[in-house]
Design a protein around this ligand. Structure first.
Ligand code: NAD
Ligand code: MG
Length: 384
């Protein structure tokens, strides 16, 4: 029996890589549902190629175009409204929407899947406890797709939980590794999007340049692996060959290495606990190569210490961190906020919002929407 896969964010960087992996393993996986944000042209191509049972688009203006296409084409795919997509039963849900928009579909999917292949780290940052407890109740297994967490998932097989001393997340350092605050004063969007080792969507690429991506990943690691923040370290490793490491109490450090291609962790998340041949992802171990490690520069890249602070702080602070960052990154991409103002903008929002912590998914979503609306108003006020 083929495993049925649902993909949220099928037209993005992780979504398309996921479909590539499925294409290479069509005898084992079938696409049950794909959902896109607004890239209807790519969605149509994916429908033609993969014949999912259901297809959806979040942008409501695009819905009629999708319905017309499905009516006129010879495919057997049915339209499904975006709000109903989480309720399509499947074996593996790939959560690959970018940003806070990923939380609701990811969370609501948990009662309709067996495995959550999680790329949308923002879900864990804003609702880690709730996702973990719901996965436990519903008997859903989370396999991280984020390369660092996927690496740690693999490295943790070398020992027991109580034998782990530290998790060590590696960071490429992004395009601005080694730069000072003054060097970064006038960097452009193009500079920030020029990632040295990974090809990804624009939000995560800017997050990598500010090191907020690593900050979000520290929080993600805390929830995925039940690890205290003081035992989660970050090391800058510009070659991005080691995807992360686990240090055990006896001093052994186990790392996972490989090519910088997200198809590798996606492949692992689809096949786990088996390993299957993937000749095209082999790392070329011939010849010489170097591995270097550096301490992250927490003074220049203030988003990383901010994330640790919110990780150890309240749920409200993590929701503000996540929402304010998302709005600041969009502001930077649209030329409204300079690169160096991003952490300041987030700190300002953290000072302004201090609610009682939300408890239910509805309360979390409402607070997240409120944070984003306030942050958007702040960006539009032009004070940043
Ligand atoms: P992307 O921008 O390339 O793609 C995002 C996808 O989400 C697209 O399909 C888009 O249509 C969809 N989308 C956007 N807004 C939406 C909305 N409001 N409602 C529904 N769908 C919407 O992003 P990406 O780089 O693929 O990243 C996706 C997630 O995976 C992020 O959370 C990111 O942090 C995480 N991640 C990505 C990588 C990577 O290599 N790209 C690595 C690790 C983790
Ligand atoms: Mg990552």
């Amino acid at each position: 029996m083929k495993k049925k896969v649902n993909i949220f964010g099928s037209t993005g960087s992780i979504g398309t890589s996921s479909l590539n992996v499925i294409e290479e393993n069509q005898e084992l996986f079938s696409v049950e549902m794909i959902a896109a944000g607004s890239n209807i042209e790519l969605l149509k191509k994916q429908i033609n190629q993969f014949s999912p049972v259901f297809a959806s688009i979040q942008n409501q203006e695009m819905e009629p175009l999708l319905k017309d296409f499905l009516k006129s084409s010879s495919c057997s795919t049915s339209f499904i409204p975006f709000s109903e997509t989480p309720y399509v039963d499947n074996d593996i849900t790939i959560s690959a929407i970018v940003g806070s928009a990923g939380l609701e579909p990811t969370f609501r999917s948990l009662s309709h899947t067996r495995r959550l292949a999680l790329a949308n780290k923002e879900s864990m940052v804003t609702a880690g406890d709730l996702i973990n407890s719901t996965c436990k109740e519903q008997d859903v297994e989370i396999i991280p797709v984020d390369s660092e967490h996927n690496a740690i998932h693999q490295c943790l097989k070398a020992g027991r939980y109580d034998e782990v001393h530290n998790l060590i997340l590696t960071a490429s350092g992004g395009p601005f590794f080694g730069k000072s605050t003054s060097d970064l004063e006038f960097v452009t969007v193009e500079d920030a999007l020029n990632h040295p080792t990974w090809s990804m969507g624009s939000k995560i690429t800017v997050d990598s340049a500010t090191l907020m991506n690593k900050g979000l990943e520290v929080i993600e690691a805390h929830y995925l692996f039940d690890m205290p923040y003081d035992n989660i370290q970050v090391k800058v490793h510009p070659q991005s060959i080691i995807h992360s490491m686990v240090e055990y109490i006896d001093g052994s450090i186990i790392s996972q290495m490989g090519v910088t291609d997200m198809k590798l962790p996606i492949h692992y998340a689809l096949f786990f606990p088996k390993r299957m041949h993937a000749p095209s992802y082999m790392f070329d171990t011939k010849g010489s190569f170097e591995l270097s490690f550096h301490e992250p520069d927490m003074d220049t890249f203030k988003c990383l210490p901010l994330a640790y602070q919110c990780g150890k702080g309240s749920l409200t602070s993590r929701i503000v961190l996540n929402g304010a960052n998302e709005v600041a990154v969009n502001g930077f991409l649209n030329g409204k906020i300079s690169f160096n103002r991003v952490p300041e903008f987030i700190e300002n929002m953290l000072d302004r919002i201090d609610n009682k912590d939300p408890e239910t998914i509805e309360e979390i979503l409402a607070l997240s929407d409120e944070v984003m609306a306030k942050a958007i108003a702040e960006v539009n006020s032009g004070t940043f």
